[in-house]
Design a protein around this ligand. Structure first.
Ligand SMILES: [Zn+2]
Length: 117
C-alpha cells in the first residue's frame, strides 16, 4: 500500500463526509470492498500497513586458512552494511572470532526496511 493510495482514499472519505451522511453501501462502493468486514479491514491496513522487513545476508569469503571475510548486506535491496574479518585464534582449533564486528542498523539506510534477525 503506497502513501499515494492512502492519501487518495483519505481525500475520498473526507469528500464523502462533507456531502452526505455516509451509508455502508456508499462506503463499500468507494473502497471497492465487497463487504463491511472487508472495508473495515482495508481501512485498518491503510492506517497501519504491514511493516517491510529485511534480513542480514552474510557472504563469506576465505582470505586464508585462518581468516574469512564476512560481508553483511540487506536481503531486500542488497545494500552492504559492512564487512568484518573473522580470524581463527589457534590454527586448526576453535571457532573464529570477528575482529571488527559490523554494526547492523535497526533499519536499512538504503531501502528503509526493518532489519530482523
Ligand atoms: Zn535495504
Amino acid at each position: 500500500m503506497t502513501d499515494a493510495e492512502r492519501r487518495e482514499v483519505a481525500a475520498k472519505l473526507r469528500d464523502m463526509a462533507c456531502r452526505a451522511n455516509p451509508s455502508w453501501p456508499a462506503l463499500m462502493d468507494l473502497l471497492k470492498c465487497p463487504g463491511r468486514a472487508v472495508a473495515v479491514q482495508y481501512l485498518a491496513d491503510l492506517i497501519e500497513p504491514d511493516e517491510r522487513t529485511c534480513r542480514v545476508v552474510t557472504e563469506m569469503r576465505a582470505l586464508s586458512q585462518t581468516q574469512d571475510m564476512h560481508t553483511k548486506s540487506c536481503s531486500s535491496c542488497g545494500y552492504v552494511f559492512g564487512s568484518e574479518q573473522h580470524r581463527q585464534l589457534l590454527p586448526g582449533l576453535g571457532e573464529r572470532v570477528a575482529i571488527n564486528p559490523v554494526r547492523i542498523p535497526k533499519f536499512c539506510p538504503n531501502c528503509g526496511a526493518k532489519v530482523v534477525e
